[in-house]
Write a new protein. Structure first.
Length: 483
């Protein structure tokens, strides 16, 4: 055995042992209350969403035609790509630069506390080693490996909670899966559009005869339920299970999924398994942060993209600024919600540089100001025109974190509606004390002419006593998928 071979063998043994530690079966525990299960999630406030699969190979382009509408992960459906062509392309799926350690570390350095990855999106391609279908990265692709197992190891290494996205209803390759009908014009200007649209209208959205060679019940029983069981058995403790597009599922079928979830009684689920009878733990507004008038007292998480697509789209340059992303995080926290920010890796498994740059800038802000985010509660006062407010309670009373977006030109930051005694005010970043004056319910804080942090400057205000909150719980939150 050569020195190089011995090194590879030793590395294989170490990695295999680490995976075994991760994927040991989860031991059933007593049922936990929702509040107990939600403790870490409410503390976290910030997570990473990752949309990755064989759709990344297309990059939102089909035979030279840029996808006309929607996220690039929908290209198979919108372009009406034949199953065999899609499978043949997936054979070349080879993310040679996939580095789960780097993924988890970037999440941690950005201040994120959990990571939710698409184990199987609507095209049905599983990133994990599944026995329920040959349509997976291990069996079909050049890469030939399970992408989820090493990610579980990496997340554990960096203290990142791991979550799984799973498309339980839609599946465009495994026969019997449901299909959301999208008109041909949302893909490309196919001259046969009229004929194709007529066919999909008659076949519940399906465009390829192979998709209907089995029933939906067969798909649920033979593929979806077994795969969920594999995901909850083979990868250690899973913090979140993220369902998507609840189509065609009966109450009985939804109950089958819920029974499998009992394998991990600590798990948190969203509200997309089946509506309305299986509401889950968290609501899921998509691509927007709710107004306060929409809040209904339930836990919620806003999922958003950095550009316009969830999956990698090679020509999508409409990137949100790091300032906008940081302010979105603050805005979500100020309303008591979480922010799940998406990355769409390139076909080689690496993150786009634009995403990396933004993660680094978010991480720099969080390194200094995360106290205003982690474990924070919603703003107890009316919203202020200059920014957003989060709060915490401690033994001394109540702490308000004033995240200022628009700096006052007159050097006076006004906070109104405050009926408690103010003990101190200071910059969170430097702990520099600030002079202030309280008149009735108005607090005026003297601030310097220049804004210390142009993205969001946080002022920490310590109050004596518990503040009486404005309660927002009667709204009607729009929750669920847009695309």
């Amino acid at each position: 055995m050569t020195k190089h071979t011995r090194f590879l063998y030793k590395s294989f043994i170490i990695t295999s042992f680490a995976v075994l530690l991760i994927v040991r079966p989860v031991i059933a525990q007593d049922s936990l209350s929702k509040d107990k299960r939600m403790e870490w999630w409410r503390e976290a406030r910030f997570g990473m969403f990752v949309h990755f699969g064989t759709y990344a190979q297309w990059g939102g382009v089909y035979h030279g035609h840029e996808q006309a509408h929607g996220g690039a992960e929908w290209i198979m459906n919108r372009a009406k790509i034949p199953i065999q062509e899609y499978i043949d392309t997936a054979k070349n799926f080879n993310p040679v630069n996939y580095n789960p350690d780097a993924w988890a570390k970037m999440a941690k350095d950005a201040g994120m506390k959990y990571l939710v990855v698409t184990t199987k999106h609507h095209d049905g391609f599983a990133l994990f080693n599944t026995k329920a279908s040959n349509w997976n990265a291990v069996t079909v692709s050049t890469y030939g490996r399970d992408l989820i197992a090493p990610l579980a190891v990496a997340c554990k290494k960096y203290g990142i909670k791991l979550g799984f996205y799973y498309s339980q209803s839609q599946d465009w390759v495994n026969p019997g899966g449901a299909v959301a009908r999208k008109p041909m014009k949302e893909g490309w200007a196919n001259p046969d559009s009229t004929q194709i649209d007529a066919y999909t209208a008659q076949h519940k959205g399906h465009w390829d005869a192979l998709q209907q060679t089995k029933t939906f019940d067969e798909y649920i029983n033979d593929v979806a339920v077994p795969q969920v069981k594999e995901l909850l058995t083979n990868y250690g403790e899973i913090a979140v299970f993220w369902w998507d597009t609840p189509m065609d599922i009966s109450n009985a079928e939804a109950q089958k999924f819920k029974e499998v979830l009992k394998l991990q009684p600590q798990i948190i689920t969203n509200d997309r398994l089946k509506r309305p009878n299986f509401s889950g733990d968290t609501k899921t507004p998509e691509q927007k942060i709710p107004d306060r008038s929409e809040l209904d007292g339930e836990d919620w998480e806003s999922c958003m993209t950095m550009n316009t697509s969830w999956g990698y789209k090679s020509w999508d340059d409409d990137w949100k600024s790091s300032q906008d992303l940081i302010r979105n995080l603050i805005n979500s926290s100020s309303k008591g919600g979480n922010y799940l920010l998406n990355i769409g890796p390139k076909p080689d498994g690496s993150f786009p540089q634009e995403s990396i740059d933004r993660l680094q800038k978010i991480g720099a802000w969080m390194k200094v100001n995360s106290e205003a985010i982690y474990g924070s509660k919603a703003n107890p006062l009316k919203e202020m025109p200059w920014g957003r407010i989060t709060r915490k309670e401690n033994k001394k009373g109540t702490v308000l974190y004033l995240s200022v977006f628009d700096w006052p030109a007159n050097g006076q930051l006004l906070l109104s509606g405050l009926n408690l005694k103010v003990k101190s005010a200071k910059f969170l970043a430097t702990e520099t004390k600030l002079e202030f004056k309280k008149e009735d319910s108005n607090l005026n804080i003297n601030v310097p002419t220049e804004m210390p942090n142009k993205v969001a400057t946080v002022i920490k205000v310590q109050l004596k006593g518990e503040i009486k909150s404005v309660v927002y719980k009667n709204g009607k939150m729009h929750t669920g998928e847009i695309d």
